[in-house]
Each structure stands twice: as structure tokens, then as C-alpha cells.
Design a protein around this ligand. Structure first.
Ligand SMILES: [Zn+2]
Length: 81
């Protein structure tokens, strides 16, 4: 580990540390579902970007899974009879 050549004065240290503060994360609201999301990013709730649906949202995926399960169950019932 390298050793500093001279001791840094407290003022210099503080001046450097003046830029260490974390900036508050800014959120944007989704125009479709009105939930807060990261700006310039696809909404994780409804999967839309600039009002257009880009991704299938997790809610849709859940519904798809449910429908698939119901299909499988119906097929099993028919085979059982
Ligand atoms: Zn949304």
C-alpha cells in the first residue's frame, strides 16, 4: 500500500469530501399505470415505454401461467375419463 508523501490539510480533505454526498434518485411516473419508475426505462409494472407496450408485464405472465395450468388440468381430466 502506498503512503501519502505529505499530510493533507483538513480544508483540502473537506473540500474534496464536499462532492461525496449521494444524489437523490429521481423517479418518473409511468403514463400508462401512473406508478413511479426509473426515467428513460421500461416500466417494470406494465412493461410499457412511452405509452407503448414493449414487454409483457409480470401480471400478464402470471395470467398466462394460470391459463396454461388450467389447460393442463383440463387435459388431464379428459384423459382420466
Ligand atoms: Zn407502467
Amino acid at each position: 500500500m502506498s503512503v501519502p508523501a505529505k499530510k493533507r490539510p483538513a480544508g483540502e480533505k473537506r473540500r474534496r469530501a464536499a462532492h461525496f454526498a449521494l444524489k437523490r434518485v429521481k423517479y418518473a411516473t409511468c403514463p400508462k399505470c401512473k406508478k413511479s419508475k426509473m426515467p428513460h426505462a421500461v416500466c417494470p409494472f406494465c412493461g410499457s415505454y412511452k405509452g407503448k407496450e414493449v414487454l409483457k408485464s409480470h401480471l400478464d405472465k402470471k395470467e398466462l401461467k394460470k391459463a396454461q395450468k388450467q389447460k393442463v388440468r383440463a387435459a388431464e381430466k379428459q384423459q382420466g375419463r
